[in-house]
Design a protein around this ligand. Structure first.
Ligand code: MLT
Length: 264
């Protein structure tokens, strides 16, 4: 489906009934990232999975920033009549979740922070983003996907489920160059969310693949320590896209967390 949010087309899925859960994808993904969770939860939750602007079926119009991505998601949820949702973000989706918490706190029923981190980019990190922008502009999305794919997927999955490499590569390679460039600039310029962590007072689940090399387990341990009352789950034999690599294990911890919210 497509919604018009402030003149920008936002592609999204809205399936199932029950507690609203907004699933926010990472970089350079699209809403298909969350397919295993949406299909597993459809009987218990209303699953809203948007394509962030620049990706999937959404328009590639700027401006691009974490705040803008968060405002787009908030506008989409409100346009669907949702005034409170569990917000689940993976990696860049987690950066968007922090922005949502800062800007639209009343919308956030609970947080799921998957394979993400709080800190801003280092100088070295920004230089890598600039180099990737150059790759995207000169060689296209396929070359970006080629460079990203190995870090995206854990060692065990690469060995045991090579077909997933092709699926994820296809998703990365389908990202529009304008979206890739816009999101890279947005990530380079994002603020440090570390001071935000102490303000989070909704139930929070932190999940990470044990083999995540992009946002290693230590980043999630830091989130867990800094967010009062949060729960940390490490998914063994999974890398950065832990939800795709071990969907049953991921869905198990997500379902338990959502079930506990019913009584919270
Ligand atoms: C992602 O998966 O969204 C990226 O790894 C985030 C990043 O590059 O910081």
């Amino acid at each position: 489906m497509i919604a018009l949010c402030d003149g920008v087309e936002i592609g999204y899925d809205d399936v199932g009934t029950g507690m609203p859960v907004a699933f926010i994808h990472g970089f350079p993904h699209n809403r298909a990232l969350w397919a295993p969770q949406v299909s597993a939860l459809v009987d218990r939750a209303r699953c809203i999975a948007p394509d962030l602007r620049g990706f999937g079926e959404s328009s590639t119009h700027g401006p691009f920033s974490m705040d803008q991505f968060a405002d787009d998601v908030a506008m989409l949820l409100r346009s669907l009549g949702i005034d409170r949702a569990v917000v689940a973000g993976l990696s860049m989706g987690g950066y968007v979740a922090f922005a949502l918490w800062r800007r639209h706190r009343s919308l956030v029923r609970a947080l799921v922070l998957a394979d993400t981190k709080a800190g801003a980019d280092s100088e070295e990190g920004r230089a890598k983003r600039l180099a990737l922008i150059e790759v995207a502009r000169t060689r296209g999305s396929g070359a970006v996907a080629d460079g990203q794919i190995t870090g995206m997927i854990g060692k065990s999955t690469r060995e045991k489920r090579p077909a997933l490499i092709d699926d994820v590569h296809r998703m990365l390679a389908s990202a529009p160059v304008d979206g890739i460039v816009g999101a890279l600039e947005a990530m380079m310029n994002r603020m440090d969310s570390t001071p935000t962590l102490a303000t989070i007072d909704v139930p929070t689940l932190v999940v990470v693949g044990a083999e995540d090399v992009l946002t290693p387990v230590g980043e999630s341990e830091f989130l867990h320590q800094a967010i009062r009352g949060s729960r940390l789950e490490v998914i063994e034999h999974a890398g950065h896209v832990s939800n795709l690599e071990r969907p049953a294990a991921f869905n198990h911890v997500l379902s338990e967390f959502l079930a506990a919210l019913d009584y919270a």
